[in-house]
Design a binder for this molecule. Structure first.
Ligand SMILES: Cc1cc2nc3c(=O)[nH]c(=O)nc-3n(C[C@H](O)[C@H](O)[C@H](O)COP(=O)(O)OP(=O)(O)OC[C@H]3O[C@@H](n4cnc5c(N)ncnc54)[C@H](O)[C@@H]3O)c2cc1C
Length: 460
């Protein structure tokens, strides 16, 4: 509960129209896409770095929790306030401040949506390669704070690889610029890498200097259909061993292909035990070369059923099979809806064939829905568990299955999260993953945020 005096102070910083304690508004801000929920005490919507600093200074004095928030597409409760506090909604800060094409960089505010940034860069024949499946909604603030990535992470890396500089509002309200304009910089400790992926627990990032890349001249898509799931896992390593680096390789298992057939039949893909979608970039000759080499790998694995397209419209159509799934998993079984748990493991490439089989085995054991897809190029898997949300037995089975998926990932040398982050939802695995390193992370958190006001209860 916020006192009238404190409310007035927040209003003085952002204006009355950009702060709210209204119960309905607090309810709306109570969720992201995970099952974590909780009402904040107040929502404030700053429009400048100075306003963010003003808000944080009040919170530091009052020792109030501060929760930075972008589009709330996060899947771990990171942008939610389970113990109350001040949600700092950054979606008004949407300015593209500077485009510096010769230096391959752009300066943006935190609320810029990824797809909008890429639409802006397109006429200049450049792009920002960190493109999560949520790119039509997710903000650059949320993307950097989660060190997000997506389908092209093997070739292009993750958000931290494109962060040249940032202006950060620290937990005491001070404003600290980090990084520089050079494309390479090894001066001192790499604070940018510390803040990227810190999920709003160390400070609020108020401005970003991002590296951008030239757009590839053309793309082609190859769809390969497999009679068994395990061989699909093996084909990825063999593609790399053949010297080919596709810009993306995505996997859809049988259930995922069934979802696509129901939800978007016009993609032209059909149902098999598994499908790999390869995306290649380059000029026409290079596209053909990469496809031929990949076809040799598929021939050796006796994978005959394939579709290939150099035509941008056809290629987009095939690719849309992949981009459809995230939103469509709930259509597979009537009454079953997706829950974002156990959905983001990443394993070493050699463990992928066994991991695919393990997830299927767990789905059968627990007798709930699970649609399997992911960025197999880099070992990322998104087992999308679906349950009857009104059935307590399904909830219990889902929790057990998610835990078993996470334990499996740790056991084979992987991680419980390849891109979605820890937040509230996966906190319990931190000590299991890093018995010693987690203690160092806690020391850093305490040093920068001694009163634990910055997104408390997330990661730590
Ligand atoms: C359909 C769908 C597809 C998805 N696909 C992918 C994918 O392919 N790859 C992937 O990596 N993720 C994916 N995600 C997860 C999610 O979209 C990403 O994590 C995204 O980066 C979150 O951005 P956001 O603006 O919604 O952030 P939010 O959810 O609002 O916040 C995420 C975290 O960042 C913190 N934060 C936000 N802004 C700032 C800031 N300016 N400073 C400091 N901390 C901040 C928040 O406190 C929170 O901890 C997907 C989600 C959905 C729903």
């Amino acid at each position: 509960m916020i006192s009238k005096d404190i409310l007035k102070e927040f209003q003085d910083v952002v204006g009355a129209a950009n702060s709210s304690t209204d119960d309905a508004v607090m309810y709306v801000y109570g969720f992201d896409v995970s099952d974590v929920s909780g009402k904040p005490d107040i929502v404030v919507r700053p429009s400048t770095t100075g306003e963010i600093a003003g808000i944080v200074r009040i919170c530091a004095r009052e020792k109030m929790p501060v929760i930075p928030r972008g589009a709330a597409t996060g899947a771990t409760g990171g942008a939610v306030a389970p113990t109350g506090g001040v949600i700092v909604d950054l979606t008004r800060m949407t300015k593209i401040v500077l485009l510096d094409l010769p230096n391959l960089q752009v300066v943006v505010q935190p609320g810029v949506v990824i797809d909008r940034l890429n639409q802006y860069l397109k006429p200049h024949k450049f792009f920002y390669p960190v493109i999560p499946g949520s790119d039509a909604m997710a903000t650059i603030g949320g993307v950097v704070a989660n060190d997000a990535s997506g389908m092209r992470a093997f070739k292009y890396g993750t958000a931290k690889d494109y962060l040249l500089g940032a202006t950060v509002v620290m937990p005491d309200g001070s404003v600290v610029p980090m990084g520089c304009k050079a494309l390479k910089n090894v001066a001192g400790l790499d604070l940018l890498r510390l803040f990227a992926g810190s999920e709003g627990t160390l400070g609020i990032m108020a401005e970003f200097r991002l590296k951008i890349m030239p757009l590839p001249p053309a793309k082609a898509v190859l769809a390969a259909y497999f009679d068994d799931l395990e061989t699909a896992g093996k084909a990825v390593i063999q593609t790399y061993q053949a010297g080919i680096i596709p810009s993306a390789i995505e996997i859809l298992d049988k259930s995922a292909l069934e979802v696509v057939k129901i939800y978007k039949p016009q993609t032209g893909v059909h149902v098999a035990e598994a499908m790999l979608l390869f995306e290649f970039e380059g000029n026409k000759e290079f596209l053909k070369f990469q496809a031929e080499k990949t076809n040799d790998v598929l021939d050796a694995l006796k994978v005959k059923d394939r579709q290939f397209s150099l035509d941008p419209k056809e290629a987009d159509k095939l690719w849309s099979a992949r981009s459809t799934i995230g939103a469509a998993t709930s259509v597979l079984k009537e009454g079953y809806n997706r829950v974002y748990e156990g959905e983001d493991i990443c394993v070493p490439l050699t463990e992928m064939p066994k991991t695919l089989m393990k997830v299927r085995e767990l789905r059968d054991k627990h007798n709930i829905g699970c649609v399997i897809f992911g960025h197999i190029s880099i070992g990322s898997l998104h087992p999308a568990i679906t349950i009857r949300k009104s059935d307590q037995g399904d909830w219990k089975a889902m929790k057990e299955m998610a835990d078993e998926i996470h334990e499996w990932a740790i056991q084979v040398g992987g991680t419980v999260t390849g891109e979605h982050g820890i937040g509230v939802a996966r906190k319990e695995y931190m000590a299991r993953m890093y018995p010693e390193a987690y203690e160092i992370m806690k020391k850093i958190k305490r040093a920068l945020d001694p009163d634990n006001i910055m997104n408390p209860g997330k990661i730590f």
